[in-house]
Design a protein around this ligand. Structure first.
Ligand SMILES: Nc1ncnc2c1ncn2[C@@H]1O[C@H](COP(=O)(O)OP(=O)(O)OP(=O)(O)O)[C@@H](O)[C@H]1O
Ligand SMILES: [Mg+2]
Length: 456
């Protein structure tokens, strides 16, 4: 519960306020002098103070009041001080605001009006305080973890595992949906390894045309093919002494999987068009957003390669399954983005928080980061609200999808999750009825509930 401190030298006023505000939901403290008020202030750190400016020993001037205001704001600048002035003290009231008072209020006191002002001040103070606390927690969570923010049990497990395996040379397979932080984890592994001073070379196996992958990976000799005018080293060779990050390994064509496997077994390469075995010393970290087990079953991924690269598997759960982390990440990104863009945006409105928590995040952390960047750019206020985040006010759910921001896969996942949650809500969690209504089998329903991390 918030603390409210009332400072007034008039006992009648104190009694009136004490009774008038008794039913409100905060703890009330009363003082008649500045020094007494400051003692209470230090002890209870009230979020809101109402401060009469004319206090003894100079009750006819506002000197003591201004001293009290300055002292309190010095001790805790976040305090909302509402200054109470006589009817004809407009100048003083404005001066107080300039010095950092939250608002002013003229005597004689209208209780209803004062209640509204105090409620607003308390609410704002509570939001601001929560925001600073969260920010502190987010910064702490990022520190020492190579910028990986996460406090949910699964992510603590991930961080723990990274700490255990980074320093060894074992190959690691990082799996997880798009935008869950696979590359960030790969970088953390490199940074935590003894190879950290060596290079980290990234290859996106899904982005290179199939006919170029081999020379991209292993290099080629002069004259190896038309246009090969000089010898070119491959990325594997470049990575020697460091880490080779094979992104989207699941996209690697099967014939290259064979070549990669041979390299992993022997740790030697041959450039395209070359005969010489060139030894390379690299540590492999691979990433995939497809289900490798399913790809093996479908015959598109070689099992023997999987056993080579997947000695240790670090799985990154989707954001919607990381309980409590959305808030932590949102605060972390907000702080970074606001300072990067030089904007004074300090926190989230309650409807924005509700939206962040209920949204399904099909694009995971990358989507959260992008949404926040746009919101910070667009907002005119120092709190990010649900509407600048693109959430419908109140519902916390996304209205539509937009090209460029969502892939078809993400949009499908969002609709899927929405429909399943809606069916479960409608039938009170009854799986049989909900799956009938959706036209799917019960096992499929269970799979989807699990996939989307829906609580039932
Ligand atoms: N736990 C985290 N803490 C802080 N930032 C994160 C975290 N996870 C991801 N990010 C940030 O989110 C963005 C996306 O992460 P990253 O590129 O590593 O994802 P990815 O899994 O490789 O995605 P894709 O499958 O699309 O390649 C990056 O800017 C990254 O720094
Ligand atoms: Mg990636």
């Amino acid at each position: 519960m918030e603390n409210l401190l009332i400072v007034d030298d008039n006992e009648d006023v104190l009694t009136q306020l004490k009774w008038g505000l008794a039913s409100e939901s905060y703890t009330l403290h009363l003082a008649t002098r500045v020094d007494e008020a400051l003692d209470i202030f230090r002890k209870f750190s009230p979020g809101v103070v109402t401060l009469d400016l004319g206090l003894p020993p100079h009750a006819d001037t506002s000197e003591e009041g201004f001293r009290g205001l300055a002292e309190m704001l010095k001790i805790n600048p976040a305090t909302k001080v509402v200054v109470v002035t006589g009817n004809d003290e407009r100048e003083n009231a404005l001066q107080a605001i300039k010095l950092g008072a939250f608002d002013f209020f003229r005597k004689p006191i209208d209780l209803d009006e004062l209640r509204v002002i105090i409620r607003r001040a308390i609410q704002l103070h509570a939001i601001e305080r929560e925001n600073t606390e969260q920010k502190g927690a987010a910064e702490a969570a990022a520190m020492g973890n190579y910028g990986i923010v996460g406090a949910c049990p699964a992510m603590r497990g991930v961080l723990n595992l990274i700490g255990k395996v980074a320093a060894s040379d074992v190959p690691i397979l990082v799996s997880g949906e798009s935008g869950t932080g696979k590359e960030l984890v790969a970088r953390a592994i490199h940074a935590g390894s003894l190879r950290r001073k060596g290079p980290m070379v990234c290859i996106n196996c899904g982005a290179i045309p199939e006919n170029l992958i081999e020379s991209e990976l292993f290099g080629h000799e002069k004259g190896a093919f038309t246009g090969a005018v000089s010898m070119v080293q491959g990325k594997v060779e470049y990575a020697s002494g460091g880490t080779l990050f094979l992104d989207e390994i699941g996209e690697l064509p099967v014939n290259l999987q064979v070549k990669l496997l041979r390299f992993l077994q022997e740790m030697v390469i041959q450039r395209v068009g070359g005969r010489k075995d060139i030894p390379v010393n690299v540590r492999i970290v691979a990433a995939t957003n497809i289900d490798i087990a399913a790809a093996i079953a479908a015959g598109t991924f070689r099992e023997d390669l999987y056993y080579r690269i997947g000695v240790v598997n670090i799985h990154l759960p989707p954001l919607r399954e990381r309980e409590g982390d959305v808030r932590l990440l949102a605060d972390y990104f907000l702080g970074r983005i606001a300072s990067e863009l030089g904007k004074n945006v300090t926190g989230f409105s309650p409807d924005a928080l509700a939206g962040l928590e209920t949204y399904a995040w099909p694009g995971n952390i990358r989507e959260l980061e992008n949404k926040l960047r746009r919101a910070v750019l667009l907002t005119d206020s120092n709190l990010v609200t649900a509407d600048v985040l693109g959430f419908e006010a109140g519902s916390g759910q996304e209205g539509g999808f937009s090209l460029g921001e969502h892939t078809l896969k993400e949009a499908r996942a969002m609709v899927e999750r929405k429909m399943i949650a809606a069916a479960l809500a409608k039938y009170d969690g009854n799986i049989v009825k909900a799956s009938e209504a959706l036209g799917i089998s019960r096992p499929t329903m269970y799979d989807l509930i699990k996939k989307h991390g829906i609580e039932n």
